[in-house]
Design a protein around this ligand. Structure first.
Ligand code: ZN
Length: 319
């Protein structure tokens, strides 16, 4: 059914050689096949998109992107990374769009870089990966980034990265050796990114910036499933004004990156509506085929499928 519909995949990663060289041990932890895909923004990627039936990939740098960079190099390096991404997109403008990397360690410069990337380089938003050197982004120092995103009308995508060292030690070390993914995709990424989202809402950010849009991957990092309990618990006597559900279902959008579960989709549709759910693969960390095979099994209306596969992304990202 979906095969005649355009498909936009939203959380699709690549690596920039200069930035990846700053991320300690990044290359050593990946197979040659994976590195080939991460560094390719041309033939191999396009071939695999064509085979799968993906029309557009929205490209973003793999985690931790610019969030762990030293302040002394972050601003200039991130500019070069974004310039190179824009050049790669300009070679295939009908197949690629891009989320900017931001030097969040310097929030004013990050806001200016977001403006430059959207106005001059045609990027469709920005992606922030994990914490900025141990800081959650609800801290007031990061406000200039969100003010700029709201002003430009572009979303900020919050993507996971490795949990904070102290958290890893207390929560995961006992099992991390035998089950390294417990720190990452299996659990650690979700805990940190869901916590980031909860903190953003509690900070009052969306009262100050009601038109700010935030994207979460991995089916909303469990939050749609938890929505009733979070909303109810936060509203206990004395805090009736906190409206977690209202903010989450209005300002947040979620994608299916690396998470192809029909039961999760049904839950998200019921809690958030199909207008806030967008298709993603998480290429190349996840292959395109299992994502597309999953689409084959879905029994949702043509109208919902169209929103899910491209309509919502076109509206939110103005592609
Ligand atoms: Zn990802």
């Amino acid at each position: 059914m979906y095969k005649k519909m355009p498909v936009i995949a939203l959380e699709e990663h690549y690596w920039d050689r200069e930035l990846a060289a700053q991320l300690q041990g990044a290359e050593g932890s990946r197979s040659q096949d994976m590195l080939n895909r991460l560094y390719d923004l041309g033939d191999l990627r396009l071939k695999e998109m064509d085979e799968a039936g993906i029309d557009i990939q929205v490209l973003s740098h793999g985690a931790p992107s610019a969030q762990k960079l030293d302040a002394s190099i972050a601003v200039d390096l991130t500019k070069r990374v974004n310039d190179r991404l824009a050049q790669a997109i300009s070679r295939h403008p009908t197949r690629f769009a891009g989320f900017a990397a931001l030097p969040t360690i310097n929030p004013d410069a990050a806001a200016r870089e977001l403006e430059r990337c959207v106005k001059d380089l045609n990027m469709v938003g920005a992606m922030i990966c994990g914490l900025t050197n141990g800081m959650f982004h609800d801290d007031e120092r990061f406000l200039p980034i969100f003010e700029m995103a709201e002003k430009l009308g572009v979303p900020i995508y919050f993507h996971p990265s490795f949990p904070d060292k102290n958290v890893s030690e207390v929560y995961y070390d006992k099992y991390a050796k035998d089950y390294p993914q417990v720190v990452r995709a299996a659990w650690g990424y979700t805990v940190e990114t869901a916590t980031q989202a909860v903190r953003l809402i509690l900070s009052g950010l969306f009262a100050k910036h009601p038109k700010l849009n935030v994207i979460l991957g991995h089916f909303g990092e469990t939050l749609p499933y938890q929505l009733w309990r979070i909303d109810q618990a936060l509203k206990r006597p004395g805090h009736e004004s906190v409206n977690f559900r209202e903010v989450f279902t209005r300002n947040f959008h979620i994608t299916t990156s690396g998470h192809f579960s029909t039961t999760a989709l049904v839950c998200a549709m019921m809690e958030m509506s199909m207008d806030h759910i967008m298709f993603s693969v998480d290429y190349p960390f996840v292959a395109n085929k299992p994502a597309m095979d999953w689409l084959d099994t879905l029994q949702i209306s043509n109208t919902d499928m169209r929103k899910f596969l491209s309509g919502n992304a076109r509206n939110l990202l103005k592609i």
